[in-house]
Each structure stands twice: as C-alpha cells, then as structure tokens.
Ligand binder design. Sequence first.
Ligand SMILES: *Cc1c(COP(=O)(O)O)cnc(C)c1O
Length: 428
Amino acid sequence: MEKSTEEVYALQLDNQDTLAGFRERFVIDDPDLIYLDGNSLGRLPQATVPHLQDVVKNQWGKDLVRGWNRGWFEKPGQLGAKLADLIGAEPDEVLVCDTTSLNLFKLTAAALRFRVDRSILLSDEFNFPSDLYVFQGVIELLGNKHRLKLLKSEDSITIGDQRIQDAITEDTALVALTHVAFKSAFMYEMESVTKLAHQAGALALWDLSHSVGAVPLKLNEWQVDLAVGCTYKYLNGGPGAPAFLYVRKDLQNQLIPPIWGWFADQSPFDFNLDFTPAEGISRFQISTPHILSMMGIEPALDILLEAGMGHLREKSIQQTEYLIYLAQEWLNPLGFQLGSPLDPIQRGSHVSLRHPEAYRICRALIDPLPDDSSLRVIPDFRAPDNIRLGIAPLYTTYSDIHRALNRIKTILEDGIYQEYSKKQLKVT
Ligand SMILES: *Cc1c(COP(=O)(O)O)cnc(C)c1O
C-alpha cells in the first residue's frame, strides 16, 4: 500500500531524529504495539535483563549475606547520587528508597513540624490523590492543627500565577505541589513558585513523578527545599521500583524524620537501644532497602544520563507539538478537546485529549476486536474523559504518534468504540 504524505512526513522526522538510536536500547518486540504509556510504566531497557540476572544469580545466589558489604548497603545513596545528576542536586542530597507516597509522608511530616508556628499546607486540585491523602493523614496525625488548602484551576488545565501568589501567605508552612500534573500535564514554574514560598517564610516540596526523566530539573539552582519522585515512569526503573527523595543539604540535620527505623540511625549495627538520627540524608531512610527492585534503576539511569535531559526535552517538545497538531487537524472535528496546555513551556511530556467517550475509545485502542485491526495502542484513561498519551523521547517515534492518532480517528469515524462496554476495568 502506498504511504500517505502524512506517513512519509512522520518517517522523515524519525530519520532526522538524532536520538533515534536510543530506541534500540529497549526491549521492543512487537511492531504493531504502540506504547504511549511510558509515563505510567517505562519500557524495559535491554541492559536491565542481564543486570538483574547477575544480581539474582551471583549476588544473591553466591554472595549471600556478604552482599551487604559488597555494595547493597550503599545502594540507596549510590543510586541517589547518580539520580542527583538528572535533577540538578548534589550527590549527598538524594536517596533512592521506599515509595513516592511514603517519602512524601516522611518529608511532609518533617516539614510541618519544622514550621510549627504556621498552619497552612498549600497544594492544588490537580495533585495526585495519593499525595492529597498523605497530606490529610499527616495533618490528622499531627493533631489537626493544620489545614490543607487547594489551589483551584479556572480552566481545568492550568493554575494561574495570580492564584498562586494570592494563596501563599505568612501562615503558609509548606507549599507542596506536583510539578507536572498527572492529568493535564500542566507544569509549574518551579523556580518562581519556590521563591514565592520562601519570601513568605514557607518551605517548598515538589513531587517530580511526572517530570523526572521528562524535563530538565535544577533543584539546587532553583533553591528547592524538598522533593520526592517516582522511578518506574520516565526513569524506566521497573514496576514497583523504589522512589527517591531529595532534601536540601542545609536542611538535612534540621529536620526530624517521622519514622525512626534502624537505617535512619547514626550507627545501625551498634544495636543501641535509643535512636540517634544519622547526620545528613541517611536519616530519611527507614530500614532494609528493596535490593532486587532497586537494581533495575541503574541501567535505566545510565541511558538517560547518556542521552542528556536537554536533548530529550527538545525532542519531547517537538513530539508533543506534533501530536497536538495532528489532534487538532484530525480529532477536534470528531468531538475531541485538548486537555493540556497549548504552550510547551507550561507542558510536561504527556498530552491529554478529552472526549466524552474517552474510556471506550481507550478500550478499543488497547484491545481491538479480532476482525478489526492488528494495531494496538496503549495510552491510559484518566477519569472522567482524558485519554493520556505519554511521550518518552528515548523510544517514542514520530511514526508511533502518527499511527496512534490515525487509529483514534478511525475508531471515531467508524464508531468502533460503540462495540465496547462502559464498565471500567480495575486498573485503567
Ligand atoms: C505516580 C505518582 C505517585 C505514585 O505513588 P506510589 O507511592 O509510587 O504508588 C505519587 N504521586 C504522583 C504525583 C505520581 O504521579
């Protein structure tokens, strides 16, 4: 079949892409599966397979308990130091440990107790529910002396500067926001919001789950106090890989962590009966690191560091712009609306397309009926009406974007989604 002009154009863009070679570093064995969900679970790097085999067979299998003195004990800090490079932090300011929600709990509780005389925890209505639940739980645990205030959006896509400015007051203890919103991909200007927080005497805590590995970050330069983030999304660390936390150097010894496990102690192997917090970032650990799930992170980080966040961001912007262009040409006439900011400066690396039938369209993309298409597209659905398309510039091609949007168009034009049930699966 002859290729359409549009198709030829997408292939041309792929040919000009200087990062195209990185796609081969990932396990991609089905040419008819278009994966646009690297923002939920990143792909498996080729190098991770032999690495994990070595960890299991040789380190666990042969080293046994000696493994702790052959690198396991230092792993949270060593991986943190590597990750620090990606987020513009010093090596001793980052730890890989626990989950994002748990790290958020630790840092939120420590921050609110540090700013005892202030009562407001400021976040926004775009935040990931787990983050908001953690804030509510910490407030309850600290005796309901604080109040969670949420910034509201006027257009359901962005949060305006003026609203942020007005909301941060002398009573604000902590400004805790997710840098890139999980639904709309709205991205805050981290530096200026952090500055506003500091001017009012508050601390700033950022959740980087949808920005790390997707956009360049300069935590030190932007004077960020605290941060947490996820490693299984754009970092490709594997399902359930441990998260990370960042605490600015000069704050580390001033903050008291809320969970006192033995790995947070000054000398865990002295087995003292009373807890003395370790100096530095180590006090934010809890206990034995998840070595097996942590080991998938390193080969994945190496690829990102090699490609360079500046280059990746450049490609990500070009690709999201291309996606939005096609969506406006093909899909807006079919009832779609852009659910993400149009301005790339305000947008992370995913794009949300909104349609009242978003759920059934996603089902049709993921699971085509046997007599329909052999092409499967994996986006994810975010209630009530978002089809979220993640761009992972390490392996997403322009042809992927072209084929996926063309498929969405067909599903609408031919009414294919009507064959699917409205009943939602457990994980969407
Ligand atoms: C993905 C994500 C999380 C995940 O939390 P877990 O504790 O790893 O389940 C938390 N916050 C945000 C903003 C996220 O995007």
